[in-house]
Design a protein around this ligand. Structure first.
Ligand code: NAP
Ligand code: FE
Length: 367
């Protein structure tokens, strides 16, 4: 058995974990650059808690608000210039994957001159500012990964920064911050987490420890999927499960990465504006049918963890969680041609051909 497991993020979970563990922030630095999205950081109460904790720990901070969904290379460069001007020595993020990923790129770009090519290509940098993350969605797992996914207009897709130095030092998981998540964002983000667990489990780089986390992630979210699809309001207990499931799935992708579903989903987001998690959900059923042709037992195990009898049942459930996004045949050809070049195709088992990707996209989305 050969594997290599490294996940250095301290995970602190529970109601009020930020204020209760304020002293941990002192280990990050003296001047924090606090990155958030538009409104939810303040509305969820997370920003007030973080500011109180920073004060208690004796750090100065600057709040950078307005990280947009799917941040681009230009966006993170602009933010990094502000971080430098402030003299930041650490970066904190509150939000979904977008602010957390932007913070990771800023941690690199504020610490030194790095070209776009090196940012996306190098696995280690001379210096990176320490980071901590407070997720307010339960989907990306970015609080425990070494990835930052950035919109890359030059390639018309999303590209990865992938460096162990950007693993957050601390992830603060307080599900109260996710109580106000609208149903659509809740559904798209839980489907992203589901996709992480499923894809990583099946990945070429799948590991024995990761598979434990993946199955547990699916078991943890399983009882909430049907109520969510039916439009039920979720309580704190259910929100805690979703956040835990999403962090577990994040740990798995930190080890094993994602596969063809994410590779194809990036085009749905880039060209069609489909939410990241929803894009994965639209493709999941056909991807699993493709994988099951050679690996029916593995697919069966994942369905078992979700408590579902078949891929058809999972596809039907996903169709109630995320809205449709019809494609034209020309879009299918274009998106497959972009996806086949993505690194995560090499991580897909069985490895799909260009034609396989076209089939998955067509069967999923051409109606
Ligand atoms: P997001 O893009 O961070 O946020 C989506 C929306 O949700 C925003 O409008 C945001 O509003 C809102 N929102 C966030 N928290 C909220 C709350 N508690 N209450 C109400 N609204 C809230 O969404 P995401 O799905 O979490 O992240 C997607 C990004 O993560 C994509 O760029 C994707 O590629 C990336 N990703 C990264 C990884 C990784 O390993 N690093 C893995 C998967 C995906 P505000 O602007 O007001 O905050
Ligand atoms: Fe994802």
């Amino acid at each position: 058995m050969k594997f290599n497991y490294y996940m250095p993020t301290r995970i602190v979970a529970g109601a009020d974990c930020l204020r209760e563990n304020a002293a941990m922030l002192a280990g990050l630095g003296k001047r924090a650059f606090v990155m958030t999205g538009g409104k939810s950081a303040a509305a969820s109460g997370a920003l007030a808690d973080l500011e109180a904790a920073l004060k208690q720990a004796g750090l100065a901070w600057k709040h950078f608000a307005g990280v947009k969904p799917n941040p681009s290379l230009q966006d993170v460069r602009a933010a990094a210039a502000e971080a430098r001007a402030f003299g930041a020595d650490c970066v904190l993020a509150i939000g979904g994957g977008s602010p957390m990923d932007a913070a990771k790129a800023v941690a690199v770009l504020a610490a030194g001159e790095v070209s776009d090519q090196d940012l996306l290509g190098k696995r280690a940098f001379d210096a990176v500012l320490p980071l901590a993350a407070v997720p307010t969605t339960s989907g990306t797992g970015s609080e425990v990964t070494q990835y930052s996914i950035l919109t890359n207009d030059a390639l018309e897709t999303k590209s990865f920064l992938n460096a162990e130095q950007v693993f957050p030092r601390i992830a603060f998981l307080d599900a109260r911050y996710t109580l106000g998540l609208p149903r659509g964002v809740t559904a798209a983000t839980v489907v992203d987490a589901l996709s992480h667990a499923v894809e990583s489990y099946l990945a070429v780089r799948s590991t024995p420890i990761g598979r434990i986390f993946a199955l547990e992630s699916l078991r943890t979210m399983a009882p909430i999927l049907e109520p969510l699809a039916a439009g039920a309001e979720l309580g704190l207990d259910q929100r805690e499960r979703l956040l835990y499931a999403s962090t577990l799935a994040g740990v798995v992708i930190s080890q094993s990465g994602t596969t063809a579903v994410h590779a194809m989903g990036y085009s749905l987001t880039y060209f069609k504006g489909v939410d990241h998690g929803a894009a994965n959900g639209l493709l999941m059923g056909e991807y699993l049918r493709f994988v099951a042709r050679e690996r029916a037992a593995d697919v069966g195990l994942l369905l078992g963890a979700l408590g579902l009898p078949s891929v058809d049942a999972l596809a039907a459930l996903l169709a109630r969680l995320v809205p449709p996004a019809p494609l034209s045949p020309a879009e299918v050809a274009k998106f497959a041609a972009i996806a086949i070049k993505a690194g995560n195709i090499q991580n897909t088992n069985p490895k799909p051909s260009l034609e396989d990707l076209e089939n998955i996209l067509r069967k999923s989305l051409v109606k």
